[in-house]
Write a protein that binds this ligand. Structure first.
Ligand code: CA
Length: 220
């Protein structure tokens, strides 16, 4: 899952990228509205954390432009304290949720998880596929109740597949959604991660759809 953070306060931006990274997301940040708007328009993201007070283009304009262009990515806006009118304007502009500064990082992470879950049509923070259970809150995976140790990239690949259960996910999709930066991308490594996941997870769980990508087998 890739998250775009658009925030001009350097300390807060760093904390956000760090916390999201530790929570298992690939986070990318922009420190002004213009760059944020551009990145959100040309790159795939699973959620956006958008500050409203931004240099070069304010957050409401960024959000309005995205929505006018048909972009449906879930957006969490960050608003100043005591500014209820910003929240109203933000929600009217197409924000999915808001958080008032200052906030606790745990709350931000919970809201981001909820946005991604709802966007994927999942009601719970726990995703399961047969004996495999992935806890998006704790960043843990278990098989038949036994914990399975995954690297952060393996976790991201599995989380993406579990959020898209029953669908064929292409290598390109996985590539675009598990790395923070373009230059990290290499579609051959996706096969490596899939190979390692297959060794750690029950046989037959990750099916190959020849020439198309991968699909989590729905257990019968
Ligand atoms: Ca700001």
């Amino acid at each position: 899952m890739r998250i775009l953070v658009v925030e001009d306060e350097p300390t807060l931006a760093r904390q956000l990228v760090l916390a999201l990274g530790e929570a298992g997301y690939a986070a990318v940040s922009a420190d002004n509205g213009e760059d944020g708007h551009y990145l959100g328009s040309v790159e795939p993201f699973d959620a956006v954390v958008l500050d409203l007070g931004l240099p070069r283009m304010d957050g409401l304009t960024v959000l309005g432009k995205w929505r006018a262009a048909g972009l449906t990515v879930p957006v969490l806006i960050l608003t100043a304290r005591d500014s209820w009118h910003e929240k109203v304007a933000g929600i009217d502009a197409g924000a999915d949720d808001y958080l008032t500064k200052p906030f606790h990082m745990e709350e931000l992470l919970a809201r981001v998880r909820a946005l991604i879950r709802r966007a994927g049509g999942h009601a719970s923070a726990i995703l399961s596929c047969g004996p495999v259970v992935l806890d998006t809150r704790a960043g843990r995976v278990s098989v038949d109740g036994q914990p399975v140790m995954l690297t952060s990239h393996e976790f991201r690949v599995l989380a993406y597949l579990m959020h898209h259960q029953g669908e064929v996910v292409s290598r390109t999709d996985l590539n675009e959604h598990i790395y923070a930066q373009d230059y990290d991308r290499d579609s051959n490594t996706i096969e490596v991660f899939i190979g390692r996941l297959r060794k750690k997870l029950p046989p037959g769980l990750i099916e190959t759809a020849r020439g198309l990508g991968y699909r989590l087998a729905t257990p019968t």
